[in-house]
Design a protein around this ligand. Structure first.
Ligand SMILES: NC(=O)c1ccc[n+]([C@@H]2O[C@H](COP(=O)([O-])OP(=O)(O)OC[C@H]3O[C@@H](n4cnc5c(N)ncnc54)[C@H](OP(=O)(O)O)[C@@H]3O)[C@@H](O)[C@H]2O)c1
Length: 320
């Protein structure tokens, strides 16, 4: 049952932060047309084999090593605006933010009383032993301030034989609804394919962008065939040398308006979301304004095959 006191506190926190949101965001007030409204819900995709649906845009937190209120405030604003506009997926890992990210997320969720509004997916690094794996998993939960999360994944594939059995036990015990693996390395794709075929995974996380399309050919169709949800990381091809350094200050192509894309970020995210095997895309950001921009990619039209080829053509010409 909901504690009426906590509801009051929760509303007060949300209203207070909402009132301060313009100041907290600060850098540019989004134009009225850019502001998501409830009438323009973010597109959702089903998690295969379940009744659960996920809004297609989430957030990646590998930079969330914030210390002190000044650094935490924009991250809190990101989570607040996600919950305000219906986005839910927060991707994290034991090692993100130099080991701080889970703790930062835990603090923010406590402050916003928002644990029930988000979908937390974390990752555990390869342990030397089974005991070390369990210690790592418990450390994730303690840092996040929870006793269960939505998804637990093996971070990188080495040592998967130690961790996967533990993740299965944790799923059995109700401490995670979904388990899986993540990799960003093309060299590991053959092993990833084997795991998708042979292990009963629920989810994978891979890198996919208009600049890195390797997974589109085999991994994405295979994941779809096996009923796995797919989380797309590094949608801008990473923090350095990614799509933004290629496009610079070039104007958007005219066709962007046909699909309601008002920024290069939205165009690149829509390119990814248009692949039906994709469940959720998790652009990394610590900028609330960028979060608003990214959520915009989950609204309006998506590019068809012809437009997707034209988007690829632009980046091929730019030398991506
Ligand atoms: N499983 C794995 O092994 C693995 C590996 C790498 C990443 N990941 C996950 O994937 C997430 C995303 O990857 P990533 O952060 O490395 O790369 P990314 O999402 O491709 O790019 C992040 C970069 O894009 C910028 N950005 C974000 N939104 C923007 C916008 N609307 N306009 C302009 N710039 C924007 C960010 O800067 P600002 O901060 O200034 O917005 C940051 O520099 C990570 O946070 C992590 O959760 C997983």
């Amino acid at each position: 049952m909901t504690d009426p006191r906590s509801t009051t506190r929760r509303d007060a926190i949300k209203l207070g932060l909402l009132a301060g949101a313009g100041l907290a965001v600060g850098r540019r007030v989004p134009l009225l047309g850019e502001m998501p409204t409830r009438a323009q819900e973010i597109l959702t995709r089903p998690i295969p084999g379940t009744d659960e649906r996920l809004p297609v845009v989430g957030v990646g937190t590998n930079q969330w090593g914030a210390r002190g209120e000044e650094e935490i405030a924009p991250l809190r604003e990101i989570v607040r605006s996600m919950t305000e506009h219906g986005a839910r997926f927060i991707d994290t890992a034991r090692i993100y933010g130099r080991g701080r990210a889970e703790e930062v997320i835990g603090q923010i969720l406590r402050e916003l009383d928002a644990h029930d509004d988000v979908f937390i997916a974390t990752k555990v690094p390869t342990p030397e032993t089974r005991d070390a794996g369990v210690v790592s998993l418990e450390a994730c939960m303690t840092a996040l301030g929870v006793d269960r999360v939505a998804a637990l994944r093996v971070h990188f594939l080495d040592g998967v034989e130690i961790l996967l059995p533990i993740l299965r036990e944790w799923k059995e015990a109700g401490r995670a609804r979904y388990i899986g693996v993540t990799t960003m390395s093309e060299e590991q794709y053959p092993e990833l394919e084997r795991l998708i075929r042979e292990e009963s995974l629920d989810t994978i996380e891979i890198d996919y962008s208009v600049l890195d399309r390797a997974v589109a050919e085999r991994i994405l169709p295979l994941a779809a065939d096996h009923g796995l949800s797919v989380v797309v990381a590094r949608p801008f091809a990473g923090r350095r040398g990614g799509v933004f350094s290629l496009v610079g200050d070039r104007p958007l192509p005219d066709f962007a308006s046909e699909i309601g894309a008002t920024s290069w970020a939205q165009l690149c995210l829509k390119y990814i979301i248009a692949n039906p095997a994709v469940t959720v895309v998790i652009p990394g950001t610590d900028d609330p304004e960028h979060m608003i921009d990214n959520m915009g990619a989950g609204r309006g039209e998506l590019p068809d095959a012809d437009l997707r080829r034209r988007i690829e053509g632009i980046f091929d010409e730019l030398g991506g």
